[in-house]
Structure formats: structure tokens, C-alpha cells
Ligand binder design. Structure first.
Ligand code: FPP
Length: 253
């Protein structure tokens, strides 16, 4: 007797499909926003939103990897986030370790390289240690670059670049005449990375919040009302599909 097997669509079939060959953004940057509101809506402490947000990080990493995005930069902690209550900061600073404890094997399996941008040395020692371990462990992986912006602030980054350039000019390492946009970019944390093609911000807010001000000059922006802990592969793919329809003109016609 033959058994009737119900037709269940695979997860991939249910997802909005991304055409992997066609105009996939090389670099996607994301402002992960709305953790606090997600928690408040459920009567939970704000940190519950951050904890749930960690799962969303991995969902987006998987989706980015699948759609052949090369660089994924996630704004995890800004230089302004130090103004939050100490208990919340302490909680957020433990998340990289928790994330890596659970997912580092999967990142390795998928050839993902972990890196950071931001003032790394000013992070708590335990956070540095966990992240540095992952950076070392994944340094030879040549798949998706998972780039966490940790203690990152764009104005600070630009100020540091200017100071370093002045220093190099006074030290006769470079000349004022040789300074151009390409050279300036080399003084930023993102040296060696192409600029983001697509910026996503969740939670309905529409501002840059001191994120990659130089690097986003010609990026496409995509906003969603979805709160970060509810972010998933489908919503990420929606953003990619929308990007694929856009015409980038870089100031031309
Ligand atoms: C913004 O939401 C979120 C943050 C400042 C923290 C983001 C951190 C994560 C998503 C987890 C990071 C995970 C790893 C692995 C590093 P908000 O708190 O400002 O939300 P609200 O605007 O609703 O208050």
C-alpha cells in the first residue's frame, strides 16, 4: 500500500527567491534596531530583545551567505551606546561571546570570516578575548566576511583618520598633494573593504546614527518597520530583491 506524503514546501521554496547571479550586492550593512521596543511590547526587560536579536543575527548571516553577499557589516554597538545604563551595556558586551559559543562551529563550516570595525581596544577584556579568538580561528576562511561594528562611531573614525594623515604628513610619510579619496579611505577601519552597496535599517527609524558616514556616500538604503529580533531570511531576501531592481547612477544619468 502506498502512503500519501503531503507536499510540504521546503523553507527555501517559501522564501522570496533571490536570483543569485543577478546584481547581488557585494557588501550589505545593517543597523540592527528595535531590540528594546520588541522587548517592551512583550512586557520583558530590554535586554530580552538583545538576546533574541542574537538569533536574528545568525538568520541574516545564513541568508547573506546563501545569496552570495561577500561582506555583511552589522552595527552591534556604537560609541554612543556607552550612554546606556551599565547593566544593559554589560549585557550587550557578553553577547559576542554567547553568539560565538553557539555559532562559531557553523561559521567555520560555512567558511565565514569574522572581523570587526571600531575601537576594539576599548572593549571589555572578556569581549575582546572572545572576538579575537573567533577572528584568529576564521582568519583563513574566504567565504562571507562577517564584520561586526563594535564600539564604532563614524565621526570618531574620520577624526582618527585625519589625525593619522596629519601625523604622516608631518613625518614626511605622505605628501599633502598625494591625498585623495582613495588614500583617505585607507585610513578608515574599512580599509580594504568595498563600500556598502546596500544599507538596511530595521524598526522604522530612518537615520544613519553615526554609521559609515563616508562609506555610505553612494549606497542604496532600505528600511523596514520590522523590529530587529523579528528579522529573518525572508525579510533580508526582500531587501536584496528590492536592491536588484534599482538603478544606481552615482550622480550620473
Ligand atoms: C539597537 O536596538 C540594538 C543595539 C544597540 C544592540 C544590538 C545588538 C544585537 C542585535 C546583538 C548583537 C549580537 C552580536 C552577536 C554582537 P535598541 O536597543 O536601540 O532598540 P530600541 O530602539 O527599540 O530601544
Amino acid at each position: 500500500m502506498s502512503m500519501k506524503i503531503p507536499f510540504i514546501k521546503s523553507k527555501q521554496q517559501r522564501n522570496p527567491m533571490v536570483s543569485f547571479s543577478d546584481n547581488v550586492p557585494n557588501h550589505v550593512a545593517i543597523i540592527m534596531d528595535g531590540n528594546g521596543r520588541w522587548a517592551e511590547q512583550r512586557g520583558l526587560p530590554r535586554v530580552a530583545g538583545h538576546k533574541e536579536g542574537v538569533k536574528a543575527v545568525m538568520k541574516v548571516v545564513r541568508a547573506a551567505n546563501q545569496s552570495k553577499v561577500k561582506i555583511l557589516t552589522l552595527y552591534a554597538f556604537s560609541t554612543e551606546n556607552w550612554n546606556r545604563p551599565k547593566s544593559e551595556i554589560d549585557f550587550i558586551m557578553k553577547l559576542p561571546k554567547e553568539f560565538l559559543h553557539v555559532y562559531l562551529p557553523e561559521l567555520m563550516e560555512n567558511n565565514v570570516r569574522v572581523e570587526t570595525i571600531g575601537d576594539f581596544d576599548a572593549l571589555p577584556a572578556h569581549t575582546q578575548k572572545a572576538v579575537q579568538y573567533a577572528k584568529n580561528k576564521t582568519k583563513d576562511n574566504d567565504g562571507l566576511l562577517l564584520n561586526f561594528a563594535l564600539n564604532y562611531g563614524s565621526r570618531y573614525e574620520i577624526m582618527q583618520a585625519i589625525k593619522q594623515i596629519m601625523d604622516d604628513i608631518y613625518g614626511n610619510k605622505v605628501t599633502l598633494d598625494s591625498l585623495n579619496e582613495e588614500m583617505f579611505s585607507k585610513y578608515l577601519y574599512t580599509d580594504g573593504l568595498s563600500d556598502p552597496d546596500l544599507l538596511i535599517r530595521t524598526s522604522g527609524e530612518k537615520r544613519l546614527s553615526n554609521f559609515l558616514l563616508w562609506q555610505l556616500a553612494y549606497s542604496e538604503f532600505w528600511f523596514t518597520d520590522v523590529l530587529w529580533p523579528d528579522m529573518d531570511e525572508n525579510i533580508f531576501n526582500e531587501a536584496i530583491q528590492d536592491y536588484q531592481k534599482r538603478k544606481r547612477r552615482y550622480g550620473g544619468i
